[in-house]
Design a protein around this ligand. Structure first.
Ligand SMILES: Cc1ncc(COP(=O)(O)O)c(C=O)c1O
Length: 339
């Protein structure tokens, strides 16, 4: 369990060139900081139900859903922690993937079946055991960077089963083509995070989209006022049409940075898991553990991947960065890995 709780922030450290964490920048954009600062003077008031509704309406409008189909969360991670309230008999986890869903379900005593996808990690809905009444899949998937087709995600639906799609990185994919966030389905929950694009890891902002009855079940026993005023302000600010347009621009930039970084890595002989669609790349490097440590000595942090189901010490994850930083990474990798 300990190693499932390992995240990229542990691999990174101040002063290192950071390829370990997938958050866009160290600080949220200035306009967002100003909005949050403007809210500080109101912190003497409890967050109100009226504001919660207004923010849910805003989020709903962003995805073509009604406010009733939105539950605001303290980050996508809170959504995983709420899943045991659905009382699943068997949860199937599509692996390799983000590890927090497994931690939350294990801690609650939910039986788990691992559905391990072999490289190139394409989703095969038939691998999910019939008995699974909860299935969790990331799209795009951390750490493989694979973007599954919406059709194959929805092909996992069965009577009596709930499909949870972790779309924490979906806004980094141009056009969000495979997102199912806009689909009102009775058995599909979509988790979204504002952490990555808006550099809000420290504030904890996200939401889940789904049918009202499932959202009601997720909330049973939840604390009153679970989302603070600053979180409400941030969620509203990041779900305006203007913010969605900024996220779309960033997704385009990421796509071209990713293509350039893949070329740099492959030209140098490194093995990159393809096709890749997320703001990070999965690499397979001989002696990965040693390479990671030597990169660190050279001032570069990359994410170890032996903490993910189905991956080992020779897998490393690197965030997509601009060409200057990517060139630095590849040069250092050539020195330590000697390709
Ligand atoms: C795939 C994935 N889903 C969800 C999360 C949780 O994001 P947050 O709780 O910060 O919204 C993360 C964070 O690293 C992630 O990588």
């Amino acid at each position: 369990m300990e190693c499932l709780r390992h995240h990229g922030d542990v691999d990174a450290a101040p002063g290192l060139l950071d390829f370990a964490v997938n958050v866009a920048r160290i600080a949220p954009p200035e306009w967002l900081q100003r909005r949050l600062a403007g809210r500080l003077a109101t912190l003497g008031r409890y967050p109100s139900a009226a504001e919660d509704l207004a923010v849910r309406e805003r989020v709903g409008a962003r995805h073509g859903r009604s406010a009733d189909e939105v539950l605001l969360l303290a980050g996508g991670a809170e959504g995983f922690a709420l899943l045991p309230r659905l009382e699943p008999a068997l949860a199937a986890l599509i692996q390799p993937s983000f590890t927090e869903p497994e931690v939350a379900l294990r801690e609650a005593g939910v039986p788990i079946e691992q559905v391990l996808l072999p490289p190139p990690y394409a989703l095969d809905p038939n691998l999910v055991p019939d008995a699974a009444d909860l299935v969790i899949v990331g799209n795009p998937t951390n750490p493989t960077s694979v973007l599954h087709h919406a059709d194959s995600i929805l092909a996992m639906r069965r009577p009596g089963r709930i499909v949870v799609v972790d779309e924490a990185f979906a806004d980094a994919c141009p056009g969000e083509t495979e997102s199912v966030a806009g689909r009102s389905l009775p058995d599909v929950l979509v988790l979204r995070s504002l952490t990555k694009t808006w550099s809000l890891a420290g504030l904890r902002c996200g939401y889940v989209l789904g049918p009202q009855d499932l959202l009601r079940r997720l909330q049973v026993g939840r604390a009153h006022w679970p989302i603070g005023s600053l979180q409400l302000e941030a969620i509203a600010a990041c779900c305006t049409p203007e913010a969605a347009a900024l996220a779309a621009d960033r997704a385009q930039q990421l796509a071209s940075d990713r293509a350039a970084m893949i070329d740099l890595l492959r030209d140098a002989g490194f093995d990159v898991a393809l096709p890749a669609a997320a703001p990070f790349l999965l690499l397979r490097v001989d002696n990965g553990e040693i390479v990671r440590k030597e990169l660190r000595e050279k001032g570069i942090a990359v994410r170890r991947c032996d903490t993910f189901r189905g991956l080992g010490p020779d897998h490393l994850r690197v965030a997509v960065r601009g060409t200057v930083e990517a060139t630095q990474l590849v040069a250092a990798m050539i020195e330590v890995a000697g390709t």
